[in-house]
Design a protein around this ligand. Sequence first.
Ligand code: NAP
Length: 285
Amino acid sequence: MAQIIDGKAISAQIKEELKEEVSSLKSRGIQPGLAVIIVGSDPASRIYVNLKKKDCEELGILSKEYALPKETTEEELLGLIGELNADPSINGILVQLPVPEQIDENKIIAAISPEKDVDAFHAANVGKIMIGSYSFLPCTPAGCMELIASTGVDITGKNCVVVGRSNIVGKPMAMLLLHKHGTVTIAHSKTKNLKEVCAAADILVAAVGVPKLIKGDMIKPGAVVIDVGTTKMPDGKLCGDVDFEEASKTASFITPVPGGVGPMTRVILMKNTVTAAKLQNKVKI
Ligand code: NAP
């Protein structure tokens, strides 16, 4: 049976370290601050924003929420981002995605100052990740890397398969595994023989959004399995991309859903906000 990778426990430990860091920054007169913008009233987005606010409160990070109506224009949102870019009390800016259709998501991401882009979605930050010289890592892939590190499994030379090629999870995840010297394959909806591709993975990361797409017979014996997927099922429960019951019989380590990647994504956002505060205040990191 696979060992469960406890994202809650690992994130709690990182939180404790961050709490100390924030308190030490405060004693030097530096108050880390995060601005979270939400446009419209998508229930899932509201939950995520509330959780971010709670995390900030717990760690002593100043959080400012900007809840805008769903009719907000692109120009209005760009105006607010411009103000926050210039506001020294704000170190990190996060626009909760998705935004309503009248707003071009790419324009919004591009408008956030790269120094305050704690999601690491801006092209300047994406480029830095490509060349391996970065200040921020995107929250979910960075969280997955921490989870893999917690297993003690060395990525060097391992066959790593990432299922999913989104800009926010799949692609940066593959890049981070590559930086750690994995031999990386990216699979997606057009991939042929997904079963065989996955079954060759020593480290398998599923970031798809299709419940239980990855079955037990797609897992190599002893593999490390990281399940990013979160689909809300009709009963209200979250379901991952991996068939946990089946896969945990074959894998050596596996993340649960919930309680695996989710808490890590949240804590890395806090870490990035602290890093942003340090960089903007010329504190050594
Ligand atoms: P996305 O933008 O929808 O991308 C999904 C990817 O999966 C695409 O690259 C797509 O391929 C691929 N795909 C779809 N069906 C497939 C299939 N049958 N076989 C192989 N590949 C397939 O999603 P995302 O934003 O990356 O998120 C992925 C999942 O992670 C979602 O469930 C999301 O809710 C979850 N998530 C969780 C966290 C967390 O903190 N736990 C954070 C972010 C996302 P194509 O490119 O060919 O269309």
